[in-house]
Every structure is written in structure tokens, then in C-alpha cells.
Design a protein around this ligand. Structure first.
Ligand SMILES: [Zn+2]
Length: 317
């Protein structure tokens, strides 16, 4: 091979490397723009297994847009919905989607995350389905009592409850504190689908402003010991194969573990991080493969400040 050919070959090789690296980055991004999608492409939903739908609408920030997800379970005795989107417009779109999918009424609204981007649509859901029973953990009820526009749950699950509707068993489980402290998951043992809500924020830097880092890691690992085929996230795409969803859950767990280990490494050095806005320690952190994860710039100092608060014994009991 002459020099010219070598140069061409080297260039082609470099080009292929950079193309495949950026393709891999895009595949690992929760930003809809990196997947050639725009807000107008949402809401959208797809059937994971028969009668179980993952529903995605958008959460738009000035820098990037990612999905906020709900789960819709259809039975011949009514519908179960998990998480309610972030405002009345998106709540209305969610109600319309349920009505397109099935003539069955909503029976249960499960609040797996009590954060505004998951409960803002609840008043519209309640107006459309006034007979639906709203369920959350008691920790989430307490949080929601401080929210302005919401619908308070009337039934509480703090450990485990099993609903049986039209022959479908739907388990509501508390696997431990994670993102909100009131975190619940919904598990379908027959089809092995688990909706993890915000415990799993796929391809996002872990959003920890109200999180419990060490407990969160344990909760993620507990979920992975269960008999689950489909791990469905509360943010980030719900699409892909079971293996892809599982691999990204493992990856997200590693990101949570890294927040914990970087916090433990940096705290004793005296590098301060009293708040997300005053966090010089973040410049010394090594976020490795997560440094460029979606939302990393904003979420990394938040996560580190939260881990420092855990080390200092300042998290809520
Ligand atoms: Zn949240």
C-alpha cells in the first residue's frame, strides 16, 4: 500500500471512528433533537406488551427537550394510569390518548412520582374520570398537600398493594426511597413489565435535588433482582428492546453510584459544595462517561450538593 492509500485509509478510519462515536453518543442521549424528533412529534405511545402502553410527552428546557413518561394499563374492567404529566395541556392530551386506546374508563391513577412534571395534569385526569381512585405513598401525599393545583390521593401504599382488574394483576410497590422519597413502582408479574417512574431517568444525569443517593442506588439494585423483562423509565425514551432498556438501567445505576463515590472522595478534601449554586467541588469531580449526559451541566452540582448533604446527615429522615 502506498502513502496516498495509507492516508486515505487512515482518514476513512478516523471518519468512521468519529461517526460511530457520535452515533453512540446520540443513542445514549435523552435529548429528542439527537434522535431527529421535535416537540410536535409528541405525545406518542406504543404498546409494550398486549394492553400495556408506554406514553411519552415532552419536557422542554431552553437547552434540551426530553420525554416525561406515563404507563397506561388496559383491562376489561377499566384502565390503570401511572403518572400524570406536567400541566393541564399535557394532561388533556394524555386523557385523549387513553380514550383513543380504549373505551374503558380510568379506574386507578397511581402517582409514582409526586413531582410537578408528573402530577400537573392530574386535575384534568380527575375531571375526565371523576370515579377514578387516586393512589400514592403517604410521603407523596404529604408533598402533594403543599402543591397548588393537584388532586390528592385518597388511598395510600407504603409497602405493597396488589390490584386485580379484569384478570390482570398490578402490583404497586415501594422498593425504597430514590428520587422523591415517596417513590413507588408498578409491576405486572404476568408480563414482567416494571414502570420505575423517576427512579429510572434513562440517559439523563441523575436528577438528585430531592433524592436520597445511597438509598436510590439500593432501590435501583433491588429492582434489578426482580423478575423483570421490561424496565420502563419515567424520563428518557421508553423505546428499544428489553436488553437495551436493561443496559441503560445498569448504566443509570452506575451514574448514581458515581455521584455517591465522587461525593465520598471529594467531601474529605474540603472542596465545598453547600448548594448547587455554590459548588466548587463540582469542578474537581470526575464524571467520566456521564460528564456529557443529557442535563449534566445543571444536574451534576445538584447531585453533588445532595450527596454532601447525605454525608453531613442533613437529608430528611
Ligand atoms: Zn422529578
Amino acid at each position: 500500500m502506498n502513502n496516498f492509500r495509507l492516508t486515505v485509509a487512515a482518514l476513512a478510519c478516523a471518519l468512521m471512528t468519529s461517526v460511530s462515536a457520535s452515533a453512540a453518543d446520540a443513542a445514549k442521549s435523552a435529548d429528542i433533537a439527537h434522535h431527529n424528533l421535535k416537540p410536535a412529534d409528541f405525545p406518542r405511545w406504543h404498546q409494550i406488551v398486549p394492553n400495556v402502553y408506554a406514553y411519552e410527552d415532552t419536557l422542554i428546557t431552553p437547552d434540551f427537550t426530553f420525554t416525561t413518561n406515563s404507563l397506561i394499563i388496559v383491562t376489561n374492567e377499566g384502565v390503570v394510569l401511572v403518572d400524570g404529566q406536567d400541566n393541564e395541556t399535557r394532561g388533556k392530551a394524555l386523557v385523549e390518548a387513553i380514550k383513543k386506546i380504549t373505551p374503558q374508563p380510568l379506574k386507578y391513577m397511581i402517582i409514582a412520582s409526586d413531582h410537578g412534571d408528573h402530577v400537573g395534569g392530574l386535575p384534568v385526569v380527575k375531571a375526565a374520570f371523576p370515579d377514578a381512585t387516586f393512589i400514592s405513598s403517604s410521603a407523596s401525599l404529604k408533598t402533594m398537600q403543599g402543591q397548588k393545583r393537584t388532586v390528592l390521593p385518597t388511598e395510600l401504599v407504603d409497602d405493597k398493594r396488589s390490584l386485580k382488574l379484569g384478570g390482570t394483576e398490578i402490583q404497586i410497590l415501594n422498593l425504597g426511597r430514590a428520587h422523591t422519597g415517596g417513590d413507588l413502582v408498578v409491576y405486572l408479574p404476568a408480563t414482567k413489565v416494571m414502570f420505575l417512574s423517576e427512579i429510572y431517568d434513562r440517559n439523563l444525569f441523575p436528577p438528585m435535588i430531592t433524592g436520597f443517593p445511597t438509598e436510590w442506588a439500593a432501590t435501583l439494585k433491588k429492582a434489578q433482582t426482580m423478575d423483570v423483562t421490561w424496565f420502563i423509565p419515567g424520563h428518557g425514551f421508553t423505546t428499544g428492546t428489553p436488553a437495551e432498556l436493561k443496559a441503560d438501567l445498569v448504566d443509570f445505576t452506575k451514574a448514581v453510584d458515581l455521584v455517591i463515590s465522587e461525593g465520598k472522595r471529594l467531601h474529605p478534601t474540603g472542596a465545598p459544595c453547600p448548594t448547587e449554586k455554590d459548588c466548587p467541588a463540582n469542578a474537581k469531580a470526575n464524571w467520566g462517561p456521564y460528564a456529557n449526559a443529557t442535563a449534566a451541566a445543571g444536574q451534576a452540582p445538584r447531585a453533588l450538593a445532595r450527596m454532601y448533604a447525605e454525608i453531613d446527615g442533613k437529608l430528611p429522615k
